[in-house]
Design a protein around this ligand. Structure first.
Ligand code: AMP
Ligand code: GLY
Length: 423
């Protein structure tokens, strides 16, 4: 098979790494990719939103499957454009990608399908939103309705914080002039986990669970990020509980999407809060998590590629994925100083090969570039994910951190407590 992966993050490096090991793979490309994906795939210089170029490339190169990493091209209709040309895509249509693209849409689907979730209300008017916040009081959660690169959610512990979020989203229009509606929600308490399911429009196949670490600092302090590390499986969310959440959350969502004429194909990522009264949906994403994907894939024993194809073909009910249940994995993100604000760019990263060779760790690239002489430099906020497996979370964590110690990158930092909730 000839496969094109879309994206350039650690998630896409991990996807390329897994797909590259498939016995049915003939050729693998990644667009735009990064220096890490270049080790296992051929990078193609196309941006993830250059939809006509991606479609043309797939046609010209007889691509059998396009695997889309990030949400933006899905929300923009990449899967639809590929379908028009008869090119199979792993990832939902634009209509189904609204599960991530719009918080209101997700809440409506959840309510229609009877999925447990926080009580919510949507506001287009700032005064009405403020009035609601004053009436309800804190803690309360304020979210920009549209895509906001993971930064549009404020979990306000005081009324003042909630009101400031209204100013930011609705008056200052921080997330864009057309992204000024807010969803205000009841604040859920509990441990947060990420649940993944491959979906073929009708059937859903559990793809495991992981726990992310969203805050930048040790002990869950500091601002939110895209994710500073993840581990899998989370002991707080055992396999029976994962199956229960498939039944109470994933399958009802899938049935509701099918009923609406917009069946969901791809990976459905449910952000869940494990509350006293059971798991509740915080949000859906229509893609793999980053860094959850890097933590999950090293535990997968089955070939990933046929499963992705089956999700497109509507044949997941014939599938049974094998996981290495005896293994835990820990994925630690190294970011550039300044992240999640303005990260320091250009710093040289040395000794990656030695770090990988001297440990059982996988090093996935995200924000790196490579000079003509092979020098690797930091280029973005999250730069590397170092992922190791072990018989226990603590063994996996030790292996990941011992690999990190060997990496020579003075401008880089990581959290030192990935997996702490499990330990
Ligand atoms: P979201 O972008 O919707 O995933 O929200 C980002 C983060 O905000 C989540 O990962 C949670 O940690 C937190 N969050 C979102 N909604 C709620 C809620 N209703 N109650 C408590 N925390 C929430
Ligand atoms: N790590 C969370 C996400 O990918 O959205």
């Amino acid at each position: 098979m000839r496969v094109l992966v879309i994206g350039s993050g650690g998630r896409e490096h991990a996807l390329c790494w897994a797909i590259a090991g498939s016995p049915i793979l003939d050729k693998l490309w990644c667009a735009p990719g990064n220096p890490g994906t270049a080790q296992v795939a051929e990078n193609v210089a196309m941006g993830v939103l250059e939809i006509p170029s991606i479609v043309a490339f797939a046609l010209d190169n007889q691509v059998d499957l396009v695997v889309v990493g990030p949400e933006a091209p899905l929300v923009a209709g990449l899967a639809d454009e590929l379908a028009q040309e008869g090119i199979p895509c792993f990832g939902p249509s634009a209509a189904a990608a609204q599960l991530e693209g719009s918080k209101t849409f997700t809440k409506e689907v959840a309510d229609a399908a009877g999925i447990p979730t926080a009580k919510w209300e949507r506001f287009d008017e700032a005064d009405a939103a403020r009035e609601f916040i004053r009436r309800r009081g804190a803690p309360i959660v304020v979210k920009a309705d549209g895509l906001a690169a993971g930064k549009g959610v404020v979990v306000a512990t005081t009324e003042a914080e909630a009101l400031a979020a209204i100013d930011m989203i609705m008056e200052e229009k921080t997330f864009g002039a057309t992204n000024t509606a807010v969803v205000i929600e009841e604040c859920l308490l509990g441990e947060e986990v990420s649940l993944f399911a491959l979906c073929d429009g009708k059937h859903a196949l559990l793809f495991g669970a992981a726990q992310d670490h969203k805050r930048v600092g040790d002990g869950d302090t500091g601002p939110n990020t895209g994710g500073m590390g993840a581990y899998s499986p989370p002991p707080c969310f055992p396999p029976e509980a994962q199956e229960a959440a498939m039944a109470s959350i994933i399958r009802p969502a899938l049935a509701e999407m099918a009923k609406r004429g917009t069946p969901f194909k791809g990976v459905l990522f449910a952000g869940l809060m494990l509350t006293d009264t059971g798991p509740k949906l915080i949000e859906f994403n229509v893609r793999f998590g980053d860094p959850e994907c890097q933590a999950l894939l090293p535990r997968l024993k089955s070939d990933l590629l046929p499963a992705l194809l089956a999700a497109h073909d509507g044949e997941l009910h014939f599938f049974d994925l094998r996981w290495d249940d005896a293994l835990s994995s820990v994925a630690v993100v190294m970011a550039a100083q300044g992240y999640p604000g303005d990260p320091k760019r250009g710093g040289i990263i040395r000794a990656l090969d030695q770090a990988a060779a001297k440990s059982n760790a996988q090093i996935f690239h995200s924000g790196t570039t490579q000079d003509a002489d092979g020098t690797i430099r930091a280029y973005g906020g999250r730069v590397l994910t170092i992922c190791a497996t072990g018989k226990t979370i603590s063994a996996a964590r030790d292996a990941a951190y011992s690999a990190i110690e060997k990496i020579d990158w003075p401008d880089g930092f990581c959290r030192h407590d990935i997996g702490w909730r499990a330990l």
